[in-house]
Design a protein around this ligand. Structure first.
Ligand code: ZN
Length: 369
């Protein structure tokens, strides 16, 4: 079934007042004027590419790799559906720190979902993280990277990204191993100094897991990870633009400093996204969600978000004061580049990532996928 989406079309390489014609998630053509005949016509203020989220743990009440193995696949589909309803048509499943044996089992269970395109790959967030910057990760399961264990998970061919604290013993070797396997090494949950972070980038790391969160803050005498990750042109930085994780001024500071090609907005969403407040699990840890803010029941650390990418876009424009055309690459082409996907994250003919129709106030009108 063909749908003609009318409005200001932001293809990723040009912006035109006109239309995009899609068949399912496939872009058939874009143009100006009234546009061709279609089975259905949807009109909005903006037509933008389907969003790409490379850091997401859950939604719709369930998590990736949750506590019931019997429903891992069903739950993953539910998470993907929840985020698709908010414009995310390409989604990476992030797994929190678990025993390596269990991570291997989850990867095995997700193999078909990755080959079917329900998931765009897996992001391992742990267990190779700093105990000092663990955030909501189970401290008893954190460890220094062991090359055999890293290799075992990479060998599945399903892992697109691995977050690693480079200061751990074997941390830099792990960065090299991850990169050599064709996955992306992302610096995060780290207590490293600036020099160690620079060494990790030299070793091949090209991504920063939720910049500012779970790392030492920017300080004028000890610049730490943040300064290197923002300054180094080889690195793209994730930001959680939900109004909770990062102050809007820091969102704008980071986005302007890194520039439109080096920022990715991610949700880091947990199970409560698109669901009710209450008690949830992140890994084995209890999380209480109050007014949409998720915190560990024990200690109060922020434990993921309840963000969706449509809201991140709206927040970045209306609250952080960024231009829509500077924000869109952060939810489309930049994360698509991480995935090595030329077929998603834009709206030129042949693209397969669907489209999102937004109103003048950037509220969601329709997701075409
Ligand atoms: Zn995360």
């Amino acid at each position: 079934m063909t749908i003609l989406a009318r409005g200001r079309v932001h293809t990723g390489s040009r912006t035109l007042d006109g239309w995009a014609l899609l068949d399912g998630s496939r872009v058939l053509d874009v143009g100006t004027g009234a546009g061709p005949a279609a089975d259905e016509v949807v009109t909005g203020a903006h037509v933008v590419p389907g969003f790409v989220d490379v850091h997401c743990h859950g939604g719709g009440g369930v998590s990736f790799g949750g506590t019931s193995p019997g429903s891992w696949v069903e739950d993953a589909v539910r998470v993907a559906d929840t985020h698709r309803a908010h414009g995310t048509t390409t989604l990476v499943a992030s797994l929190v720190t678990r025993p390596v044996d269990e991570l291997a089992r989850v990867l095995h269970a997700y193999a078909d979902l990755v080959s079917d395109g329900v998931l765009a790959g897996i992001h391992l967030e742990g267990p190779w993280l700093s105990p000092q910057q663990r955030g909501a990760h189970d401290p008893t399961l954190l460890q220094a990277p062991d090359p055999a264990e890293v290799g075992r998970l990479l060998d599945t061919g399903l892992v697109r990204m691995v977050t690693v604290a480079p200061e751990l013993p074997g941390g830099l070797a792990a960065v090299r191993q991850i990169t050599a396997a064709g996955a992306v090494a992302s610096i995060g949950h780290t207590d490293a100094d600036a020099e160690t972070v620079r060494a990790a980038v030299d070793a091949g790391a090209t991504w920063a897991t939720h910049l500012f969160n779970a790392m030492p803050p920017l300080h004028h005498r000890t610049p730490g990870p943040v300064a290197v990750l923002l300054e180094d042109e080889r690195v793209t930085v994730e930001l959680i633009a939900d109004g909770v994780h990062v102050h809007p001024l820091m969102v704008s500071l980071a986005a302007r400093r890194a520039g439109r090609d080096r920022v990715a907005f991610v949700t880091d969403a947990m199970a409560a996204t698109g669901s009710a407040d209450g008690r949830y699990l992140l890994g084995d840890l209890a999380v209480d969600v109050v007014d949409g803010v998720a915190r560990l029941a024990d200690g109060g650390s922020i434990a993921g978000s309840t963000l969706t990418l449509d809201r991140a876009v709206r927040y970045a424009v209306t609250t952080a004061g960024l231009d829509l055309d500077d924000v869109l690459p952060a939810v489309t082409s930049n994360p698509a580049k991480l995935l090595g996907r030329a077929d998603v994250g834009h709206l030129e003919p042949g693209a397969r990532g669907g489209a999102v129709v937004l109103s003048e106030t950037l509220d969601l009108v329709r997701v075409l996928s």
